[in-house]
Design a protein around this ligand. Structure first.
Ligand SMILES: [Zn+2]
Ligand SMILES: [Zn+2]
Length: 232
């Protein structure tokens, strides 16, 4: 019996547990769902609903290109999450349904790190909105993501109920492992040194740009913390 149960849990055959909540950690029926949403008490994965908000649409009502906006956001939250431990995954969906819009999924290598992160972030404000992380049943993102979308053929568009992941460029994915990041930085330094000074004086170096970006990020994170202190 137990074996049968573990085989059907979260599938269409399972008449008790909601397959959407089980696989995606979010279901469009919310608490009104006719099937059970088994909320885990521990997990390596946290889901933070609606944390990413894309820029407002342009004057013509069309969505604007949010590449830069998204990359800044990604880098900022990545650094924040890494304070609690090493990450396995950091995914943000671009689905438009109310139950998925802007959802952020972060999977830590250790459950303890996820728990510490949940405790620290609960009740904080980000960009004026309350942050409400929850333990998520999602640990295998291959089950959660929309295969058709990945192949460019999902005809359900933004209202699909499987995850449409936002694209994360390689330089950001590379930041996952802190040790590797340090090595890259050293390599970059030695490369720019060998390039000589002439080219540097013509335009701001990549380092200058990166530095101003990180100052901005630090200010934002300080804002998170201030908001929390004020609340406490
Ligand atoms: Zn459900
Ligand atoms: Zn889809």
């Amino acid at each position: 019996m137990a074996e049968h149960y573990s085989r059907i849990i979260g599938t269409e055959e399972d008449k008790v547990n909601c397959p959407f909540y089980f696989k995606i950690g979010a279901c469009r029926h919310g608490d009104g769902c006719s099937r059970t949403h088994l909320r885990p008490h521990f997990s390596q994965t946290l889901m933070i609903p609606h944390l990413y908000i894309p820029p407002a649409p342009g004057p013509d009502g069309q969505p604007v290109d949010d590449t830069e906006h998204f990359e800044d956001f990604y880098e900022e939250i990545l650094e924040e999450f890494q304070k609690f431990g090493d990450l396995e995954q950091l995914n943000i969906v671009e689905n438009l349904g109310d139950h998925m819009f802007g959802n952020v999924y972060v999977k830590f290598e250790q459950e303890d790190a996820a728990e510490a992160c949940l405790k620290a972030m609960t009740g904080r404000y980000y960009a004026g909105r309350l942050v409400a992380p929850e333990f998520s049943p999602v640990t295998d993102f291959r089950e959660a993501r929309c295969r058709q979308y990945d192949e460019g053929v999902c005809d359900r568009g933004g209202y699909c109920n499987f995850m449409h992941m936002k694209h994360v460029p390689r330089h950001l994915r590379r930041m996952f492992r802190p040790k590797r990041r340090d090595r890259d930085r050293d390599r970059k330094k030695s490369r720019s040194r060998s390039r000589g000074r002439d080219r540097k004086s013509e335009r701001p170096s990549r380092d200058d740009v990166a530095r101003s970006g990180s100052a901005e990020r630090k200010a934002k994170i300080a804002e998170w913390n201030r908001a929390k202190e004020e609340k406490d």
